[in-house]
Design a protein around this ligand. Structure first.
Ligand code: AKG
Ligand code: FE2
Length: 144
């Protein structure tokens, strides 16, 4: 479990929002996200993340509800039957707060294609990997 508190800040000189989040999918299994209702979050409505041009849709805020993101580890587990959600936060000029709860399997859990998610015509696409090894590699690639 990992919680991320994000805030968009107003620049002192020109009242411009200086932080958003570039396009990404979350690394883990599932993310529960809550925001203060200020817009900015967008999801890519494409099944293939590499497809261009990307089409982005605003994610509506619903009071009292979490936004649920499927993460990349869930995509591996389900052999791409569940696709992870490509999303981003666009600066709007307004102060904005969000809190993300990243839900992951235990570090020693082996993430491998579920039996119900593969067949002869749809073989496993990813090798089995220890949950923590997968996350550590993603963190290493992102943060060096
Ligand atoms: O602030 C948001 O709405 C999204 C944050 C996010 O994508 C993340 O923390 O991974
Ligand atoms: Fe995210």
């Amino acid at each position: 479990m990992f919680i991320n508190l994000m805030s968009g800040e107003l620049g002192s000189s020109d009242e411009e929002l200086i932080y958003g989040a570039s396009a990404h999918s979350d690394y883990g299994m599932t993310t529960l996200l809550i925001t203060d209702g200020v817009p900015g979050l967008q999801a890519c409505v494409c099944r293939e993340k590499s497809r261009e041009p990307r089409v982005w849709e605003d994610v509506p805020h619903v009071n009292g509800c979490f936004i649920v993101n499927i993460g990349d580890m869930m995509e591996r587990w389900t052999n791409c039957l569940f696709r992870s959600t490509l999303h981003r936060v666009m600066p709007t000029g307004q102060e904005r707060y969000s809190m993300a709860f990243f839900l992951d399997p235990n570090p020693d859990c082996i993430v491998q294609c579920l039996d119900s998610c593969c067949s002869e015509s749809w073989p496993p696409r990813f090798p089995a990997i220890r949950s923590w090894d997968y996350l550590a590699e993603r963190f290493r690639l992102t943060y060096g």
